[in-house]
Design a protein around this ligand. Structure first.
Ligand SMILES: O=c1[nH]c(=O)n([C@H]2C[C@H](O)[C@@H](COP(=O)(O)O)O2)cc1CO
Ligand SMILES: [Zn+2]
Length: 159
């Protein structure tokens, strides 16, 4: 009887890897974010990345960060896209893997749709009021916050 292979990727590597791959679809020149929502049975329920809403062309709408007409008016965050992309019913009890810690607006959506755990990679905006408020809300709602531990495993895809 042969034994199973040992160098398979872990659940965390798998789901954060899917979130990272999803973020690679983003057209944002400054920050690409990906999210992957997973059930308590380790099934992928939804994915998302930051981008403009349907019908709002990536070529016509602005990707600049400043001025009266800037990307912040239009870009839908990866977490919200992942939540809205789900068509299967309830997200109650699920976990969201996200490459950047969720902002306060996404925190509200995460809490209200019943996501119970946030696994995040970058926290580059940790000192901003929005992320401080986000953590305050998520903790108050009893959502588990877990930093993704990098394994430094390299995954090569030939596309
Ligand atoms: O939680 C988030 N999720 C998310 O998708 N984003 C998106 C919105 C913008 O397109 C981009 C942030 O742009 P910038 O780093 O240039 O401010 O990332 C930003 C946040 C903020 O933490
Ligand atoms: Zn957000």
């Amino acid at each position: 009887m042969s034994t199973k292979r040992q160098d398979y990727i872990s659940w965390d590597e798998y789901f954060m890897g899917v979130a990272m791959l999803s973020g690679m679809r983003s057209k944002d020149p400054n920050t690409q974010v990906g999210a992957c929502i997973v059930s308590d049975k380790h099934k992928i329920l939804s994915m998302g990345y930051n981008g403009f809403p349907t019908g709002c062309s990536d070529d016509d709408f602005p990707w600049v960060r400043e001025g009266d007409d800037n990307k912040y008016f239009y870009s839908t965050h990866s977490e919200l896209n992942a939540i809205l992309n789900y068509r299967g019913g309830s997200l109650e009890g699920s976990t969201i893997y996200v490459t950047l810690f969720p902002c306060n607006e996404c925190a509200k959506a995460i809490i209200q749709c019943g996501i119970r755990e946030v696994v995040y990679d970058s926290d580059k905006y940790a000192s901003t009021p929005g992320v401080i408020a986000s953590k305050k809300m998520l903790r108050a709602a009893g959502v588990t916050l877990r930093h993704y531990e990098h394994t430094n495993r390299e995954v090569k895809l030939s596309l």
